[in-house]
Design a protein around this ligand. Sequence first.
Ligand code: MG
Length: 372
Amino acid sequence: MKITDVRAIHLALPTIAKRSDGTQDALIVMVTTDAGITGVGEVDSSPLVAKAAIEAPMSNSITSGLREVVLGKDPLEIERLWHDMYQASRYAGRRGLFIHAMSGIDLALWDIFGKATDLPVHTLLGGAFRRKVRAYASTLFGDTLAATADRARWCVDQGFTAVKFGWDPMGQDAKYDEQLVAAIRGAVGPDVDVLIDAGQVWDAKTAIRMAHRFEAYDLYWLEEPLRPDDVAGYAELARAVPTRIAAGEAESERHSYTHLMDTGRIDVVQIDPTRTGGLTEAKKIAWAAYDRGRSVVNHSFTTDINVAASLALLAAIPEAPLFEFCVEDSPIRNQLVRNRFEVVDGHVHVRDDPGLGVEIDVDVLERYAVGV
Ligand code: MG
């Protein structure tokens, strides 16, 4: 089997609001083969820039767009192609955007592998340790305390046993930040897990103070309280507070993650297969985390392609306490895939369709495609 084309399709809502909401656009990657099998992947990044990283022509032997690297190659040689893409882009890549772009191709290759062998990707990754993962509802803070509390109650009404709120306006006013957390805890009662995503806002001393302030509300974890590069700050925070600290969505590829784990001492390692270098790299990071006694969860704030890849990953590792399930109301997030993953009794359930097992709704793809 040979790869015949790689297409990167930019999707966007007609209006993009300035808020921390990754569901407003997407980059979908389609890899076609001479066997008639098409694999689908996704990139959560700056879509047009990642598209350029895929489509750019070669500048020299260590500066190439990714499409050129894989064209004509056997799509089942996934590890080798990952290495080839990494090496061929290393002058501009190695971290960040090129790794994001590689993720989309890598996921499409796993999808092809599954479709070619009639096996689900979790089997190809080594086998499912579980058939379901407890989901947490992931959303943004409301505009008011009351709206935030209403949203928390709505999540519980949907059957979630854990809820996460994040980003704006956290970090602007310590008193209001505490009121937000109190409102959520008050709305969901004592038996639902509450997670807070601060959104990269504090220095270490402030984060330590805020984590202590939040202790009264019994958080399951505090996520990304610090700027991603403040790894020394993460270490200071981890030493100073009993609350679990979660991070990782700002990282790409394994060296960045092991630095955050070994120097930053984070407790919960958040892996996004559409950003970390696909499932090939995500699996390595997940097992590195397991070996260090850390929890692994997904980061998923885009479409059900991401959900399918995340679920394959979390199924195929020994421990997976929670699954991030975005409940933002975006048509790109909610309509692109026909056979959506639903939360039933608070859990996302593993499916056995070949590959990633997602059916793209072509009408929705075309409706939100930009420049096609
Ligand atoms: Mg987050």
